[in-house]
Design a protein around this ligand. Structure first.
Ligand code: IMP
Ligand code: MG
Length: 173
């Protein structure tokens, strides 16, 4: 079965917004440095583009948590698949995510990371679907708020497909 993809946010719209967020972060942490924590796999494309636009020193780490199976609905089960390589102690940490949907993943993750004593902990997400929120999550940097539609591209997948699309699209089954 093949799906059709309708463009929701074009490549240039996404690029422009990531550039703005990069500038914002560079201003907010001016004179310091930031430690970006990428939530794999979805956050990887966004984090790379964002990191390139931040003009203060940046360090990177990666972790992988899972709250979804192959389906498009949240199971509510969150597990660490790959943990960070480095300590967060004393660092200005920004968690970089592809999307905040129910909020379950981020709620769990932020609670866990806070215990590792970062100097500060913020959340940056490319996309936010506020209509779907089940658990409250404070988002510090948002690329776009989008309606409740299942999206792919820029790291987001449908059954592991379409992560490499350079724009955000809606899957039409
Ligand atoms: P949450 O725990 O419900 O907030 O879900 C977070 C994770 O679900 C995201 O990091 C994505 O991996 C996945 N997800 C949620 N909505 C979408 C979507 O529209 N497309 C692709 N993945 C999604
Ligand atoms: Mg994700």
């Amino acid at each position: 079965m093949s799906e059709k993809i309708r463009v929701m946010l074009s490549e240039s719209e996404v690029d422009k917004r990531i550039h703005e967020i990069g500038q914002q972060i560079s201003r907010d942490y001016a004179g310091g440095q930031v430690h970006l924590v990428c939530v794999l796999k979805g956050g990887a494309f966004f984090m790379c583009e964002l990191a390139k636009r931040i003009t203060i020193p940046v360090s990177l780490d990666f972790m992988s948590v899972s709250s979804y199976g192959g389906a498009t609905a949240s199971s509510g089960i969150v597990r660490i698949v790959k943990d960070l390589d480095e300590s967060l102690d004393g660092k200005e940490v920004i968690v970089v995510e592809d999307i905040v949907d129910s909020g379950r993943t981020l709620n769990y993750l932020l609670t866990l990371l806070k215990e590792r004593k970062p100097a500060s902990l913020k959340l940056c997400t490319l996309l936010d679907k506020p209509d779907r929120r089940v658990v409250d999550v404070l988002v510090d940097y948002t690329g776009f708020q989008i309606p409740d539609e299942f999206v792919v591209g820029y790291g987001l997948d449908y059954d592991q497909k379409y992560r490499n699309l350079p724009y955000i699209g809606v899957v039409e089954l």
